[in-house]
Ligand binder design. Structure first.
Ligand SMILES: [Mg+2]
Length: 338
């Protein structure tokens, strides 16, 4: 199978503040495969180094090393240290001759602004049919946030579900205080709390999950398949947030599901990947059958529509390549100025 690759860099629609600083653009590699009969397939490698995956340069080095004819055996040799590349090549290979996919829409979780903004922002998505919401915590003091949350929980309809995401920003005392508060005041509307402690505090996370009733989901703690495996072996009783673009070969997750991992324990989430990876992920959902609203409400930062025709794929392949050319041209000009 012959293949080509192109590096892209696309500015985000608005900067995204994260624990690793402000992100302004998103980079990746698009893959295009073609067999002897002229059937094509596409894939995308969208690493997020600040999130525990490999760097883009590691993926570029891999693409430079791989031979110009791919086989499943060659793809199987991509090391575990490059999970985004494993995902990109595995999904590209599977897509050859299969595109476009016929995809179903799945319920998506609506992201609310932090602080008081949440009180105004839930109504519009609710009217559009969203029933699951996510609110970032750890931005204001716990007292202020709990004050706002009391109002929000009282306002949300009984069938609505709310996820809180601490992004690993609490210390143990704050996490215990918060989860105890939620056990008492959650009103049956808290779906779970995401990553209450930093990923390295695994023993404390485990203890916390055994002492409170509110469900806890690991996000930053489980990036790729080996980490999920490790948490299963540790006996983690809670949920896992999976960013499929960073997880590795989708087959790894399909095997775990076949071996008995309960689909209710999985929450799928975007890594701000582009349209090719996003469409590949939705194809995986046909196998994985998500049970919870998807963390794919990211249009504010990057619009990535699902690709529904082969022409869409061709256009996307060229669009970002054109962008990449002008981007690098601009930057070279900029750098060469005194
Ligand atoms: Mg999270």
């Amino acid at each position: 199978m012959r293949w080509q690759w192109r590096i892209y860099e696309e500015p985000l629609r608005e900067p995204l503040a994260t624990a690793q600083g402000v992100w302004r653009s998103r980079s990746g590699i698009y893959l295009r495969l073609e067999d002897e009969q002229g059937h094509v397939g596409y894939g995308e490698i969208a690493p997020l180094p600040g999130w525990g995956s490999e760097t883009l340069s590691a993926d570029i080095a891999l693409c430079q090393q791989l031979p110009c004819h791919l086989t499943p055996e060659i793809i199987a040799t991509i090391p575990e240290a490059l999970p985004a590349a494993q995902f990109g090549f595995a999904t590209a290979w599977q897509s050859v001759g299969q595109l476009p996919y016929r995809l179903r829409p799945w319920p998506i979780c609506a992201l609310l602004g932090s602080g008081r903004a949440a009180l105004e922002q839930w109504q519009q998505p609710w009217q559009q049919g969203h029933t699951t919401f996510k609110w970032k915590v750890g931005v204001l003091s716990p007292e202020e946030e709990q004050g706002i949350l009391k109002v929000l929980l009282a306002a949300l309809p009984q069938v609505a579900k709310l996820r809180l995401d601490a992004n690993g920003g609490w210390d143990l005392a704050t996490a215990v205080h918060w989860l105890t508060w939620l056990d008492r005041h959650g009103n049956g509307k808290i779906e779970y709390v995401e990553q209450p402690l930093p990923p390295d505090q695994w023993q404390a996370l485990l203890r916390l999950s055994q002492t409170v009733t509110t469900a806890i989901a690991l996000d930053e703690s489980v990036v790729s398949a080996p980490e999920l495996q490790r948490w299963l072996e540790r006996g983690w009783p809670g949920l896992f947030v999976i960013k499929p673009a960073l997880f590795g070969s989708p087959e790894r997750l399909s095997i775990l599901l076949r071996e008995g991992l309960e689909p209710q324990r999985l929450v799928f989430s975007s890594a701000l990947e582009g349209a090719i990876a996003r469409t590949a992920i939705f194809q995986c959902f046909e196998t994985w059958q998500p049970c919870r609203a998807l963390g794919f409400g990211v249009e504010r930062w990057r619009s990535a529509l699902l690709l529904t025709t082969l022409a869409d794929y061709g256009a996307e392949w060229h669009r970002l390549d054109n962008y990449g050319k002008s981007y690098y041209k601009q930057n070279i000009l900029y750098i060469s100025e005194p």
